[in-house]
Structure formats: C-alpha cells, structure tokens
Design a protein around this ligand. Sequence first.
Ligand code: URA
Length: 238
Amino acid sequence: MQLRIDKFLADMGVGTRSEVKQYIRKKQVQLNGSIVAKPEQKVNPETDQITFQGQKVGYVEMEYFMLYKPQNCVSATTDATHKTVLDYINTKKRKDLFPVGRLDIDTEGLLLITNDGKLAHELLSPKKHVEKTYYAKIQGEVTKEDVAYFQHGLDIGEKDLTKPAMLHVITSDTISEIEVTITEGKYHQVKRMFEAVGKKVVYLKRISMGPLQLDETLQPGEYRELTEEEKAALLDTF
Ligand code: URA
C-alpha cells in the first residue's frame, strides 16, 4: 500500500496537510533515515519507517468488515465457551477489532466489525437515532393494532416508552413475517417489544444499520470488507 507522505502524516494527526508540508520543507520528516524532500513522496506505512522531529510515527490502520453473524456465536471479542464474532474474521490485520453493538446469540444478520471507535460511538449513540431494521418471524398473527402500538411506543419495563418503531407486516398467520425499524438499541429490544404485545419472536435477523445493508450474497458466517462507498456513506452520516 502506497500513499503520499503528507497524507499519511496528516491522517496520523501530525498536523493539517499544509502544516505537514511546512514540516517537510523544514526537513523535520525522515523516511527510512533520509530527509524527505517533497510532500508527494510515496510511502508504504506498513513497511517504511517514518519519523517526525525524530519520533517514529506509528501507522494506525482502520479496518471495516460486514459480517453476516450466524446464530450460536456471541457479539464479544472473547468468550470462554462460545465462538465470538471476531473468530469469523480470519483475514483481519488488526488486533483491536470489535463489533459495533450486539446481536443476541440466537440473532443473525448484519454486524459491523471495525477498530474505528469514533464511528462506533456515533452509530451507537442514543442521541443519533440510527435506524436498525430487522426481519423477524413471530409466533401468532401480527395485526394492524400492533403496528399502531409500535408506532406509539411500548412499555418494555424501561423508564420511558420505546421510541416510535415502524412495523411492516409481510404476512400475518400462525407464524407471521415482519420487518421492524427501530432507532434505539436496548437489550433484547425487538423481542421485548413483541412480548409487550403478547407475541414471541421465533427468528430474528438484522438487515440494515444506518446506511449499511446486509449483503444478500453473504451466507451466515461469511463476511467481506466494506466497499469505499459503504465506508463513505457511514462516515457521511455524522
Ligand atoms: N433486538 C433483540 O431482541 N435482539 C437482538 O439481537 C437485536 C435486537
């Protein structure tokens, strides 16, 4: 991977692009022991040694993966008994990846895995109301009244009612199929919302989070890196 040294130093927080250019002009930047003459100089941050004012500038690389979380694994970085979501990401370079939020052990679907703490914070912040859409199978008929209750807000035993949630009934039968969009992320939220209307979730799968959609070509347990467009869309949200 090659990138311009001024971009590399700016990305690593040494200064703005123009400040970095001045440091280069003042001969304060070295590449593998030689003074860097121009900001267009290409570097490989993984193999080159870059110093600013005599101090090594470490490379902090961000990684972003979309995992189709399967059932029977936990949304944690380590676990004594279960497989974790990180165990699926076998091409990761970084050791500091984590899942952005949690899905229950028996919930499937979209999970973002990254080491971008700032993005994770934004996506999970209750103030940002990031939309999460789930597909679910529900025991019992889901009715128009349920749609209205979800829209109004439900008492799931918290201080406040849940925020308005959009419930779309795909089929209503002994086992119903629905999609629901929520803007909060309370523990077991979807399951508890259905419990509040006397129904049980028997299958739950997250299909989107903010601008990110689960890639339909992925199978449970499979993952891929985010595309540049997906990363830009996520970062643009905030
Ligand atoms: N709501 C739930 O009940 N479980 C999940 O895993 C996610 C949302």
